[in-house]
Design a protein around this ligand. Structure first.
Ligand code: F6P
Length: 550
């Protein structure tokens, strides 16, 4: 395949960009009253409105051409066929197999793994049900009331995000806690309120070597041993999820309590696997199945729908349009549902660890921008924090807004006000406010012409700020599964077009190695290795201050 910027569609998009870059969406909407219909898609009860983007029919045709010329469909089929598309680690990428409920075989490098998946998911469900039904007893024969998931990155963010998002579906007499930070405050603050007799730890780590997780796991183990006087009862309070069972056994986890994950499931794509144990404990097997089914519905949509009606493909192409032609560097994720408060953080890892790469599949540095900086927060909170920049700042920040039209309890007064904000914000970002409108408004409010003129520049909103809106019935397990999988596939498509490997993460290695070396020096109490003068200065100051604070 020719380099990305030499693809015919890329060149055409460059000149198309010149012709559309100054067009205001106000005009596009005026010219085409059917714009909403043309630029919106549905999947089940999910509506994806992408009409408030700086696009016309030509933009979409050219972007679709780009997808074709980048062989998105061929790569998608390779992923679903279990080919080793993660070429730097020689691995297949088969998280989609975990939610395949078709009874069709699923392959990893030519081997059918469907029965393996079934067996392991059954073990997860059995374990979760034992805990939920109080059949699982701790060392003092008491039922488990608190489950602590110890993990980080993909072994933390996905389970935590889903568990929080599905709070209304969770069992009430069990609390799930998440500890990820190596900073002792995290585990101490959590354990402070817990009773070892009724606490179960899940050590979630694909590698079972991640420093943060292992240090927290050791603290948890000591906490249990301190209470029970020996490691004899650990098996009642410790479970591990890992692809490194040997390390988990050496750590002291009973073989029966080790749930398996596979190297063909990437950490940030692993919530569908045994890494989702905390989710199954919280919401139960049936709702977990719904979550998987929702994701599978998105997989089917992705694999079977033509590109021009394919939601993740369109999401990806719009992202590329802004990232590579408008040079916008960020994307804001704005859920209008309090229970989705961890969704932006979860997506941050999914997207930025996947597509934060600058070397292509042939080992060459890319000469174009790849993954965007993703940030976000609950929509309502953000309106009172950073929306000012979105509306009137100098940067173009495309945003995704997500909202359920009804929530679990749905107190009308709250929900109507919430929804009025969703509609108002995307409308305001698109329309903006012209100088004439701002002037008229101020004069109507009784301001003198002089005062109004002085304030006018501050009162104008440029508008033309792109948003996608996802509206869905309610944040059910099924809908959440669909939404997550759509984003996974969006990330995949972008990775293919940027010609990068979205499934490795070598960039996180260097810091880990250096931290291991520096830890040795910290343990020795002095700087003993060569460092730059800043790092050396910081370490020396640390040693000095440390000796003063004790
Ligand atoms: O920090 C990088 C990373 O490897 C992530 O990709 C991963 O999700 C996380 O660390 C945790 O890894 P593990 O599950 O092996 O502890």
């Amino acid at each position: 395949m020719p380099p990305l910027k030499q693809l015919p569609a890329w060149t055409e998009l460059e000149s198309h960009y010149q012709s559309i870059k100054d067009t205001h969406m106000r005009d596009l909407f005026e010219q085409d009253p059917g714009r909403f219909k043309h630029f919106s898609l549905k999947l089940g009860k999910l509506l994806f409105d992408y009409s408030k983007n700086r696009i016309n029919n030509d933009t979409i045709s050219l972007l679709l051409k780009l997808a074709k010329q980048s062989h998105v469909e061929e790569w998608r089929d390779k992923m679903f066929a279990g080919e080793a598309i993660n070429h730097t680690e020689g691995r297949a990428v088969q998280h989609v197999a975990l939610r395949n409920n078709t009874n069709e075989p699923v392959y990893v490098s030519g081997r059918d793994v469907s029965s393996e998946i079934e067996t392991e998911i059954l073990r997860v469900k059995e374990m979760a049900e034992k805990i939920r039904t109080r059949a699982w007893r701790g060392a003092t024969n008491q039922p488990i009331t608190d489950v602590v998931n110890i993990g980080i990155g993909g072994s933390h963010l996905g389970p935590q995000m889903v568990t929080e998002a599905l709070t209304p579906y969770a069992i009430h007499d069990l609390d799930i806690h998440f500890v990820s930070n190596i900073d002792e405050n995290h585990i101490n603050n959590t354990l402070e309120h817990l009773n070892p007799d009724t606490t179960l730890f899940i050590i979630s780590s694909k590698s079972f070597t991640t420093q943060d997780t292992m240090v927290n796991a050791e603290t948890a183990r000591s906490w249990l041993e301190h209470k029970f006087g020996s490691d004899k009862y650990l098996h009642r309070h410790l479970v591990a999820v890992t692809s490194n069972p040997k390390a988990a056994t050496e750590f002291g986890v009973n073989a029966n309590n080790i749930l398996k994950m596979w190297d063909w499931v990437g950490g940030r794509y692993s919530l569908w696997s045994a890494i989702g144990l905390s989710i199954v404990i919280a919401i139960g097997s049936e709702y977990f199945d719904d979550l998987l089914e929702g994701a599978h519905a998105a997989d089917e949509h992705f694999t079977m729908t033509p590109l021009d009606e394919n939601i993740p493909v369109i999401m990806a192409l719009l992202g590329i349009w802004y990232n590579n032609f408008f040079n916008s560097e960020t994307i804001a994720i704005l859920p209008y549902d309090q229970n989705m408060h961890r969704f932006p953080a979860y997506l941050q890892q999914a997207d930025m660890e996947s597509n934060g790469k600058s070397v292509d599949r042939s080992g060459e540095f890319v000469d174009y921008s790849t993954g965007p900086i993703l940030f976000g927060e609950i929509g309502i909170a953000s309106q009172h924090a950073f929306y000012q920049l979105l509306h009137q700042g100098t940067k173009l920040v495309p945003a995704d807004m997500l909202a359920p039209v009804s929530n679990y309890q749905c107190i009308a007064q709250h929900h109507r006000a919430l929804m009025s904000n969703v509609f108002a914000q995307s409308e305001a970002m698109m329309l903006g406010k012209t100088a004439d409108e701002a002037m008229a408004e101020m004069l109507d409010a009784g301001m003198s012409e002089k005062q109004a003129k002085a304030l006018l520049p501050y009162k104008v909103f440029p508008g033309n700020r792109p948003t996608n809106t996802f509206l869905f019935d309610t944040l059910s397990p099924r809908m959440l599964g669909t939404i997550i999988a759509l984003y996974e596939h969006k990330i995949f498509v972008q990775g293919i077009i940027w010609n990068i490997n979205s499934f490795d993460q070598w960039g996180v290695e260097l810091g880990k190695v250096l931290a291991t070396n520096i830890l040795e020096e910290i343990n020795e109490g002095c700087v003993s290795k060569a460092h730059d003068c800043s790092t050396e200065g910081l370490m020396n100051y640390y040693f000095k201050l440390r000796s003063q604070v004790g």
